[in-house]
Design a protein around this ligand. Structure first.
Ligand SMILES: NC(=O)C1=CN([C@@H]2O[C@H](COP(=O)(O)OP(=O)(O)OC[C@H]3O[C@@H](n4cnc5c(N)ncnc54)[C@H](OP(=O)(O)O)[C@@H]3O)[C@@H](O)[C@H]2O)[C@@H](O)CC1
Ligand SMILES: Nc1ncnc2c1ncn2[C@@H]1O[C@H](COP(=O)(O)OP(=O)(O)O)[C@@H](O)[C@H]1O
Ligand SMILES: [K+]
Length: 470
């Protein structure tokens, strides 16, 4: 499991540790780890550190200090290091002295050529969008040089991943003590590139954000026991599709059949039921007992009554797409069985009474609000799928890919996550495991070329095997 901690938590842990260590010790640990990561990158790219041209973008705070001390270490290994300050009058004094002592230079303009750039403009002390002096440096990077972000790409909000205006795009981000949520959530995650963590000795407990990995997902997968039968494995009921959108029913059932439940029951108009049976003769048709319902994909208008009726039952319910329209927050909060809502940004905006852009730029806050307002687990789809429930850490899905943005892909996910719910996973686990498998299947089905939603469903068994192999 990869975890991330808010700035407030990291600052508190740093404060505690700093009080017990000699002054500057933490920054030396950070700079040593940073310099080692830079050296590895230079050796990979050009065989050695000696003779490399390194540019340090230096902000006024400790983030700039880290860059200066790391630059000094690299200069001692024979690199030519040039520091470019955001404000020449405000640079970390100790770091600057160390760089000069190691033979580094300070210049006002960013050199046109470099083998490596260290972005030490802003770290966790950055507030709001980059101010003009910082933005000017971030926008004038030497062409083609890889960028290593110090703790955080400057311009990314550490707690949310929001980016207001210009920001640095890094090849690698070297984070100190802990990952920050903004490194894991888009748009920040995309700008951060590959992540590398330097242990500086912080002790941290409950994370704000967590990212499941293969081993975590493997532990949660519902694998049949010798004594299993189809009912014990769980029956998932799918209420989806309409005369206008029969395909949504087929795709939701396709996802559900690969989600680990023992049987899939379909409830919907005859035309959609015929389409489902033609494709999946193993589907049970018509109402009956289920261990979880999936309701919403392709329902069309005028079926809110059916949604309310399912929500009145004391079984887990996943609500997606058209099912999300006009949900009654009070009724949801009163439910005792688990509920999982799976909106995309537009649907989430409608549920929260805000606009789509606000959701997309502040995904973490939006998913937390959804979970709180509706008293349910919430899975916010899109670039970086997030799952929130009950005030616990928000789960960030690491397997997503833009190729998943294809019509019907969400229908497959709803069936899949619903089946996991029927198999007995909690709503948060069903959402997180569903998104994980869906992303893996999407990557496998696409492998660099467009794919269809049906192909995502078809690739799900391979995603399961992949996860179980570890
Ligand atoms: N604490 C520790 O133990 C350790 C911390 N470590 C390192 O310290 C980093 C945090 O350092 P930090 O607290 O000095 O803040 P930092 O990110 O350098 O920025 C603050 C400066 O930026 C300015 N500024 C703010 N927003 C701005 C904007 N939008 N655009 C432009 N300028 C802006 C702000 O200016 P002001 O608002 O004061 O005018 C202030 O001068 C952390 O990320 C890690 O790298 C490691 O060494 C490990 C040990
Ligand atoms: N940029 C993206 N990166 C990763 N995944 C994405 C992106 N855009 C969409 N997705 C995923 O694709 C699926 C689309 O679902 P949805 O919006 O419900 O579409 P549809 O209703 O057509 O099925 C979701 O799983 C979502 O997370
Ligand atoms: K930085």
């Amino acid at each position: 499991m990869r975890t991330a901690y808010s700035v407030e938590t990291v600052r508190a842990a740093e404060g505690e540790l700093m009080a017990r260590l000699p002054e500057g010790a933490l920054m030396q640990r950070a700079a040593a780890g940073l310099a080692a990561a830079c050296a590895r990158l230079l050796i990979r790219r050009r065989g050695r550190v000696y003779g490399a041209r390194i540019v340090l973008l230096v902000g006024p705070g400790d983030n700039g200090g880290d860059a200066l001390y790391a630059g000094a270490r690299l200069a001692r290994r024979g690199a030519g290091v040039t520091a470019v300050p955001m404000d020449p009058a405000r640079m970390h004094a100790g770091g600057l002295a160390a760089l000069r002592a190691a033979g580094g230079r300070v210049e006002e303009a960013v050199p046109a050529r470099a083998d490596l750039v260290l972005d030490g403009l802003l770290g966790i002390g950055g507030k709001g969008g980059l101010r003009p002096a910082a933005a000017a440096l971030a926008e004038r990077l030497p062409h083609g040089a890889p960028v290593v972000a110090v703790d955080l790409p400057s311009g990314v909000d550490a707690d949310t991943g929001e980016v207001a205006g210009p920001a640095v795009t890094a090849e690698v981000t070297v984070a100190f003590g802990a990952y920050k949520p903004g490194l894991l959530i888009d748009p920040g995650a995309t700008l951060a590139g590959a992540l590398h963590l330097v242990d500086i000795g912080l002790s941290l407990d409950a994370p704000d954000v967590e990212v499941l990995q293969h081993a975590d997902v493997a532990r949660l997968l519902p694998v049949p026991a010798p004594s299993s039968d189809k009912y014990r494995r769980g029956v998932v009921g799918v209420v989806a599709g309409s005369a206008q959108y029969p395909g949504a029913a087929v795709l939701a059932v396709a996802g559900a059949l690969r989600g680990g439940a023992g049987a899939v029951r379909y409830v919907g108009p005859a035309a959609a039921a015929d389409a489902v049976l033609a494709r999946f003769p193993e589907t049970l048709i018509g109402r009956g007992r289920v261990q979880a319902w999936v309701v919403g994909p392709g329902l069309g208008d005028g079926r809110a009554g059916e949604v309310a009726e399912l929500l009145a039952q004391d079984v887990p319910v996943l609500v997606d797409a058209d099912g999300l329209r006009g949900l009654d927050a009070g009724a949801l909060r009163d439910r005792s069985a688990p509920t999982l809502l799976t909106p995309h940004a537009g649907e989430a905006a409608a549920l929260l009474g805000t606009d789509r852009r606000a959701v997309e730029s502040g995904r973490l806050a939006a998913v937390r609000q959804l979970a709180e307002l509706y008293g349910a687990a919430a899975l916010l789809k899109g670039s970086t799928t997030l799952v929130a429930a009950g005030g616990g850490p928000v789960r960030v899905n690491p397997t997503g890919t833009g190729w998943l943005a294809t019509a019907g892909s969400g229908d497959v996910l709803s069936g899949l996550a619903g089946a996991l719910l029927a198999a007995g996973l909690s709503a948060a686990d069903a959402g997180a495991v569903g998104a994980y498998l869906h992303g893996l299947a999407g990557r496998r089905a696409a492998s660099g070329a467009p794919m269809t939603a049906q192909e995502i469903a078809q690739a799900l068994p391979e995603a399961w095997r992949d996860v179980r192999r570890g």
